[in-house]
Design a protein around this ligand. Sequence first.
Ligand code: ADP
Ligand code: MG
Length: 589
Amino acid sequence: MSSFNPKLLNDPLAAADELLEGLVEAYNGQCYKVGRRSIVKNDIPEGKVALLVGGGAGHEPIYHAMVGKNMADGAACGDIFAAPAPNIVHEATNAVDRGNGVLYLYGNYAGDVMNFDVGAELSEADGANVRTVLIADDVCSAPPERKQDRRGIAGLVPIVKIAGAASQTATSLDELAAVADKACLQTRSVGVAMAPGSIPATGKATFELEQGKIGLGMGIHGEAGVGEIDMTTADELTVQVLDLILEDYEKDTDVDALKSGDEIIFYINSLGATTMMECLVCMRKAKEYFEAKGIEIFDVVIGPYVTCQEMAGISFSVTRVDEELKQYWSMPCESFCYSKMEGPLKVSKPKAAIPVPSRTRVQKVTGPITTKLDPSLTKSSEGLTLEEAQEMILKIADTIIKAEPILSQADRDLGDGDHGLGMARGFTALKNEVEEHTFANLRDLYQTAGSALLSTMGGASGVVFGSLFLAGGKTMAGAEYFGSHELSHLLNRSLKDVMNRGGAKPGDKTMIDALHPAAEAAKENIDKPLSEAIHAAALAAEAGKEASKDMIATMGRAKTLGEKTLGLPDAGAISVSLILKTMDLYINK
Ligand code: ADP
Ligand code: MG
């Protein structure tokens, strides 16, 4: 077990809010805070194509400190290691929008994608024009043929730097998206970890690693990579990591292999505890490596810009640059995270532009969460009254808040260890909204509960569990009682919405594996009394959670662990099963 240095904080749960307040002060008037947790530049000109970045906190200085001159216009920030909630993305979008489109540029994590997509829908309803380019540079998180599944890691620094410069002159959102897309296509990263960092709120490690081992290809939270190797020298590791990067350019049919005469931006990132001394020792070897291959380093970036608390680790990123990207790279920039002075870099002879393949990684925002309500859906003539349904939701909140350590442990085993914290945060907010409040009807109750979760949780589960109540609540217009029909419609409608939103299917080892059997059981028992229907649904959810132990994760953060996920249940499935069990206990009390 690792031991960590004490962290200098106040309330660890307030760290994300407090660091943002400090960051705004550090910008000394050049940026300001918007809404709950966004930071925005104060001099964005009218008509500018806006660049919005964002993601979880805890990785300082990214993402929020990338706002600045010729960098991002704003950042939507989440809680520690959790994606920003949709309302944060929405507020940030409105604040940066100058009428000529907003490009979202952030790392490819399920939680971020879902929250940014919902945020985009909210902004589009206000008239904003939004496009998304996902950063997916971590070559060890998926093979080239599935590179759209890759995580975004340190490569985001050169990519955002280039996009920030391009956003100064871009006349349209398409033009900016094309540059960001080209920079993403030409960027590859590999990270290694020697020791984990710790989660501020729990003091626990983000992952376990035997002493004397190096996790090769690990993600920035400690997600699995290509495997573990024995501790080695800086020189040997540098060669191994660079070999992996070059091999990937070679295997990827969308780009040319990196060859003699190519020019690159080379970036060495420290994950937090790895010192500048170590980075510079690696730099020396890397220069020798590239020189031997005739690859020219156009510029170098070295520093702890993409961190994971006190994690000991390092990543190398390579961005191949052509004349266009070099021009954007050479533009000076200024931000708390990264600044670059004006002045010519090495002059080199002009080369042909890198062709951008027709297949583009620009993401289309998916359709809206909700569809029109079928009025025939609600027809129970008995069940819980509105007041009882309210009491039941409060019981669910208490159960989830109490289960925080269990849920966090389950997520630590397979993900990043924050699921319990996110759930506890969301259900505490839900309790505040639902307790001592009089609701007009069941729909009002469920929508209030869902909104509280969606706007406070962040992470993949913020959207997922927010939808559970929000989408389900839609089916309850006109219902007087929470009966078997309402239960079935609630579970089936939210199942449909969550699957639609997150793309997971039964068998992918997510909360769907508990929700799907529960929804089926509720449907089969729709004409039985509520007490029987909820009991069947709770048993089915429990069995589904147990069955998730035998599944190999193919969605969410756990998917990169592959077969190593066998034997352990999915954290979200445990949450679903706890929710239904609490409902069962309440109804059959
Ligand atoms: P994050 O993955 O952003 O850290 P949490 O740790 O709060 O978010 O939640 C993780 C849980 O979210 C997983 O255990 C899984 O059940 C659920 N989840 C992740 N991705 C999806 C998805 N695409 N669809 C449904 N559920 C998902
Ligand atoms: Mg998690």
